[in-house]
Design a protein around this ligand. Structure first.
Ligand code: FES
Length: 316
């Protein structure tokens, strides 16, 4: 854990606040690469992940931007209430969304606040003279964080904006996917529907699966719900059954019993914990699996997802 203070706070778009976090003694912070995120431990005990959006060679600060969500369960609201000078703890940066070094061309797609890791990637690619395009979709220019910074950059001619487009921003942006060439890589971040649409368009245009990279911004949907109930999980390997109380996750209960499940974000964002389901119906709470994957009900994220049926049988 790293102690930081909010060294700067500013509104950069409607409902979007940018924060600069620095160490209290101005010492350098641990290095990071484009696409990295940090866990921010908020004063109310909530932990949220935010992508870093400053250049990786800025070693004295971390910059993040946070959209105040209408359906917030406490995370984004608590972030917006922070003031300059407030103390926080953050994790070391982790990168679950790295650039592919051997990419010939990089296609970057951002939906709304999903611009944060994408901006960092664009600045990195510009720095190393990479070939790239940035396609940025937002409801309106007022809601598009960092549009000024992109327009004023030396690489602004690589960027296309799609605001208030009657035809649908994502549909227009996806036109850039038509001419896949071997060695191209695609990176997309934003709301789940936006990501699903861009990826399905890419697949339909012949992009191979290993060229597609996606990142979700942290969501409050993984938080416990008031009406959460208890259920059982059973391990297929030895038949052991575990009761999952309303206030604990499957991953926590199994961990207490010595059943190890790899974890990273613990918020349904990264996909590290995805586990196969052999029987039962999950209650998906993650932002990682696609809508089609959710509908198949044959895997889930035990860090946050729960069950609609009385029992889930897991391939463990
Ligand atoms: Fe990241 Fe479960 S640990 S989705």
């Amino acid at each position: 854990m790293i102690d930081v203070i909010v060294s700067r706070k500013s509104m950069i778009a409607d409902d979007v606040c940018a924060f600069e976090l620095a160490s209290p003694d101005h010492s350098p912070l641990p290095a990071f690469s484009a696409g990295s995120h940090i866990d921010v431990h908020l004063p109310n005990g909530i932990i949220r992940q935010y992508s870093l959006c400053n250049a990786p060679d800025h070693v004295h600060r971390y910059e993040i931007a946070v959209l105040r969500e209408g359906q917030s369960r406490g995370g984004s609201v608590a972030m917006h209430e922070l003031q300059e000078g407030d103390a926080l703890q953050v994790s070391e940066p982790r990168n679950l969304f790295p650039l592919t070094p051997e990419a010939k061309r990089s296609f970057l797609f951002a939906g709304g606040i999903g611009i944060t890791p994408i901006l960092c990637m664009a600045e990195r690619l510009a720095h190393i003279d990479g070939t790239f395009q940035l396609h940025y979709c937002a409801k309106s220019e007022n809601r598009a964080a960092f549009s000024d910074r992109i327009s004023a950059s030396s690489w602004s001619d690589h960027a296309s904006f799609y605001f208030n487009e009657p035809e649908g921003s994502a549909r227009l942006a996806a036109k850039a996917l038509k001419d896949y060439e071997h060695g191209d890589h695609l990176y997309v971040c934003g709301p789940a529907g936006f990501i699903d649409f861009i990826l399905s368009q890419a697949r339909n245009s012949g992009w191979p699966e290993n060229s597609l990279h996606r990142e979700f911004f942290a969501s409050d949907s993984a938080e416990p719900h008031e009406d959460d109930g208890a259920f059982e999980v059973q391990l297929a390997s030895d038949g052991r059954c575990f009761s999952i109380p309303a206030d604990q996750s499957v991953a926590d209960v199994l961990d207490d019993a010595g059943v190890e499940i790899p974890l990273s974000c613990e918020q349904g964002v990264c996909g590290t914990c995805v586990t196969r389901i052999l029987d039962g119906q999950p209650d998906h709470r993650d932002m990682f699996l696609t809508a089609e994957e959710h509908a198949r009900n044959d895997q889930f994220t035990p860090c946050c997802s729960r069950a609609k049926s009385a029992r889930l049988v897991l391939d463990l």
